[in-house]
Design a protein around this ligand. Structure first.
Ligand SMILES: Cc1ncc(COP(=O)(O)O)c(C=O)c1O
Length: 302
């Protein structure tokens, strides 16, 4: 690995496996664990580091001096990218979805403070940017500029995600992960032992397209051991309900594990709901990946 990335990774905390102690799980004879990628780093947290690591390595080996990407006003991806760019001494630029707000969100303020150049683009222009998947694909790129697609979802992301799977040292039956672009899910599908079933939980409404997107990212398409649950979007991306927020508060109170309502909170709600509906056979060991993104909580009031 590039020495600068190696140095950075050495500052990270371990992503431990935490067993969830809850009488409800005993009642249904299930074990539930969390893979705590949220603990890796306060900013470059969760799946952000997993997805960025090998793209950053490629950027550095190509001699890039600028990282360019896209995201929303609360983007965890841009947040991690801006901070990492600052640490690595690379310039960063972000295309932000929608009009510039009168007051910048806490996330956008962080991006600005960490030196990211922000360009606000219309929603239709933003959708257009989604077509550029490869690091050289963005039209008008200058020498030294490296493009990362939305959420860092490119083939190299899968290599980093595989590392989280390889850290799991106990046998298990089901691995669960929240989905935005589906890149983290794809990395997990490709890396788990074939005896393990992988369930993605879509954070977006009408996310049927994700199945095709994930297939397209898989180096070995057609794998039978995965699915995506589309039923727990709570009305849409970043939309919440009092019930979801109450679940998150209660979960943190019981386990001391903070969640956020965009990704991991929805997945954990879904898992508990599915457990009480007898979806999982007694005796199974489930692992849920905490993908971090806790900075996004600043966009929600309790
Ligand atoms: C905290 C968090 N969890 C999960 C995801 C979903 O990851 P992916 O886009 O790889 O599906 C994201 C978005 O990248 C995220 O920020």
């Amino acid at each position: 690995m590039h020495p600068e990335l190696d140095k950075l990774e050495k500052t990270f905390k371990p992503s431990i496996l935490t067993k969830i102690d809850d009488p409800l799980l005993d009642e249904y004879q299930l074990e539930l664990w969390m893979k705590r990628d949220d603990l890796l780093h306060p900013v470059i947290s969760g799946n952000k580091w997993r997805k960025l690591k090998y793209s950053l390595e490629q950027a550095l080996s190509l001699g890039a001096d600028t990282l360019i990407s896209m995201g929303g006003a609360y983007s965890n991806h841009l947040h991690a990218l801006a901070y990492t760019g600052k640490l690595l001494g690379l310039k960063t630029q972000g295309f932000i979805r929608g009009e510039q707000p009168d007051t910048l969100t806490p996330t956008l303020l962080d991006l600005q403070n960490w030196g990211m150049e922000l360009t606000f683009v219309s929603r239709s222009a933003y959708r257009g940017l989604r077509h550029y998947k490869g690091c050289h694909d963005l039209p008008g790129l200058k020498p030294g500029q490296y493009w990362l697609p939305e959420g860092g979802a490119q083939a190299l992301a899968l290599k980093g995600v595989a590392e989280l799977v390889n850290e799991i040292a106990i046998p298990y039956d089901l691995l669960c992960v929240p989905c935005g672009t589906g890149a983290t899910l794809a990395g997990i599908i490709d890396a788990v032992p074939k005896s393990v079933f992988v369930s993605g939980f879509a954070a977006l409404k009408n996310a049927g397209f994700l199945k095709t997107d994930v297939e397209a990212l898989l180096p070995r398409p057609g794998a039978p051991h995965w699915d995506i649950n589309l039923d727990y979007h709570f009305g849409g991306f970043a939309t919440t309900t009092p019930e979801l927020m109450a679940f998150i508060t209660d979960f943190e109170y019981k386990t001391n594990i903070p969640l956020e309502p965009v990704y991991t909170g929805k997945m954990m709600y879904a898992l508990y709901d599915l457990i009480t509906k007898h979806t999982f056979k007694p005796g199974l060991r489930l692992i849920a990946v905490h993908t971090g993104g806790l900075q996004g909580n600043r966009g929600f009031t309790a």
